[in-house]
Design a protein around this ligand. Structure first.
Ligand code: MLT
Ligand code: MN
Ligand code: ZN
Length: 305
């Protein structure tokens, strides 16, 4: 399978429209070595024609334009996107559904019942879409089921419930329930290799750790370097952990976990918040990642699994 990184930034993108933190200001003014990034999404294929889209970013139209293979142009109205998987109901992962409303058939959407509820009640995108192309919902259950999802025929998809947080508008905010956020373990039957993808991971639990140890490629939550990064910058009162994101540095942080993975595992941080100093390629934090063999995802990155 091929994984294409469509958007590697967290909510807000990089630079964020209203932000003048050192990273956003620096990339805008070109005073730091950094590349702009769109909001969180990946696409997976096994034949380079049909794709499974993971999350639908507010930047989806730009991402489709930047990734020509998503438009195979076989007929007047066409797309390479066969299925859409939503790993949570957050704004940065779902708003782009409205941009896909011209689809000829109902959008084939795979998500948990908890995500469907949030997208029907708190943020009723699914109801709005009934007035356009409508949706065809496929339930993802959070037990150990494996799914075949049209668009990546050689891949088996195994969801894992994650401890993170539900969106601010959700009745489950700060009281997460199973299915608010999932990660996905994907195994390719042709190559035998596998990937684990979790852009929102707040706490490491045993089943998640098992999946990460099995995966050939780990694409894991790279939102913030330190828990209080946005507070230190004066950008927000929220900590990374309160938003459901494990920070990279410090005791129990993501880097400690990644360090324990086998040397052969490809380790890539994704869903990077614009305040995160790893975005600056000359920063000490980025140098530490290089030392540890941890990569930073960028838009357009292609990963063969
Ligand atoms: C998150 O990942 O925690 C959310 O996407 C934050 C947001 O809504 O911008
Ligand atoms: Mn997010
Ligand atoms: Zn910023």
């Amino acid at each position: 399978m091929i994984i294409k990184i469509l958007g590697s930034a967290a909510g807000g993108g990089f630079p964020q429209w209203n932000c003048n933190c050192p990273m956003c200001h620096g990339v805008r003014q070109r005073t730091i070595k950094a590349t702009p990034r769109t909001q969180s999404s990946i696409a997976v294929t096994s034949d380079q024609t049909d794709w499974v889209l993971f999350n639908t970013s507010p930047d989806i139209l730009t991402q489709i334009q930047q990734c020509g293979v998503l438009q195979p142009a076989r007929q007047l109205r066409d797309t390479g996107i066969r299925s859409i998987v939503l790993l949570d109901a957050q704004i940065d992962h779902t708003t782009g559904l409205l941009m896909l409303r011209e689809h000829k058939q109902p959008l084939s959407i795979w998500c948990t019942a908890a995500v469907r509820e949030d997208l029907s009640e708190g943020n009723p995108l699914f109801k709005v879409l009934t007035h356009y192309c409508d949706i065809d919902w496929h339930e993802i259950q959070t037990d150990a089921n494996e799914y075949a999802i049209p668009g990546a025929e050689s891949v088996s998809f195994q969801p894992l419930p994650l401890i993170s947080n539900a969106p601010p508008y959700s009745p489950h905010r700060d009281q997460p329930v199973a299915g608010d956020t999932i990660g996905m373990y994907m195994q390719d039957s042709e190559s035998g290799a596998s990937a684990f993808y979790a852009p929102g991971l707040g706490e490491m639990e045993e089943p998640v750790w098992q999946a990460m140890q099995q995966a050939s490629v780990v694409l894991s939550d790279g939102t913030m370097w330190t828990d209080d990064e946005m507070i230190q910058r004066g950008a927000s009162a929220k900590t990374a952990r309160s938003m459901g994101h494990l920070p990279q540095s410090g005791p129990g942080g993501m880097l400690e976990w990644l360090e324990k993975l086998p040397d052969s595992t490809r380790k890539i941080l994704i869903h990077i918040n614009n305040t995160n100093p790893i975005l600056d390629e000359d920063s000490a934090e980025r140098a530490e990642l290089v030392r540890r063999g941890v990569e930073v995802a960028y838009d357009g990155m292609e990963i063969e699994v």
